[in-house]
Design a protein around this ligand. Sequence first.
Ligand code: ADP
Ligand code: MG
Length: 298
Amino acid sequence: MAGDSTPPVGSEVRRAFPRCACLETRPLKAGKAAEAVFVHQLVGVFGPFDAVEKITRKQNEIRISRQLLEHPEGRLTDALPRLLAMVEQEDRTHLFMEHISGVGERREPDRSVALTVVRALLRMSDDLGGLQVAPAPTIQARMVEALCGAPDEPGLAALRDAVPELCARYRALPQAICHDDVWWPNMAVRPEPKGLACRFIDFGRLSRNAVGADLQCFARMSLKDEGAGVMLEHLVHGFAAETGVPKRDIRFAGALHAAFRSLKRMQRLRKQGATREAEKERVTFANFVRAARDHASS
Ligand SMILES: Nc1ncnc2c1ncn2[C@@H]1O[C@H](COP(=O)(O)OP(=O)(O)O)[C@@H](O)[C@H]1O
Ligand SMILES: [Mg+2]
């Protein structure tokens, strides 16, 4: 079947689906990492379907997509979109996946929404048990170094000295496969015939990590968004109820991982020469380390 619409510059839809007609293509708003995202309306021998094309350079995302695509149906878990095709180029890769409706729609932060999210994450972790995923990013040395480089601030030395022990405690927590970017733009919580269901996109940071590490985005967003704070509390309860891991360990994992992500951001800002933003980020980083220490000793 010949395609009807002209694909946009940079798209590889024709190479990925040579036997399908492409009726329409719409660009989607990419986040910080993707180079571009399109949604294509296609028609093949089995009828019409939508495919999202994401152009990425993230090696982890590419590695995971390859593994998903090896599976006969392009999926190992229904918590993630089905992988339909992949076009690998030298410097970038075009991923084609199932379109998930409702991505980015915020829900009222309540118990049942949070429990749905937690169950989807734990199911994803179980389903992907056989996948080769990256281990949890290491945080210890760099965290200490970043705190050392900071201007004097009351209590900072004690905080810095606590870091190695906090990291050891973190590594000893129960592990799961974490999505590591759990936030409304990367998920869809929707009513389905069997009840509320949650699915995730943007799995480029998927890694094995402490149970509760996935709370890091909500922990960060709760600094300025009340709804995120309410949701965070429900998520903590949900994780504890579903895994039996004590709430304080869940909170601790979320806070320490938020500190790590904050540190990564700070390093990037410093590299870009954005000194003031980097300094603000250092304060956030220190606050998350402080919060982690408080949870650990609660
Ligand atoms: N499979 C999908 N289904 C529906 N929308 C998607 C899908 N993949 C991406 N999108 C849309 O594109 C946006 C950016 O894609 P994402 O994978 O989150 O890229 P980034 O790594 O840049 O955040 C998402 O926030 C979402 O709106
Ligand atoms: Mg995203």
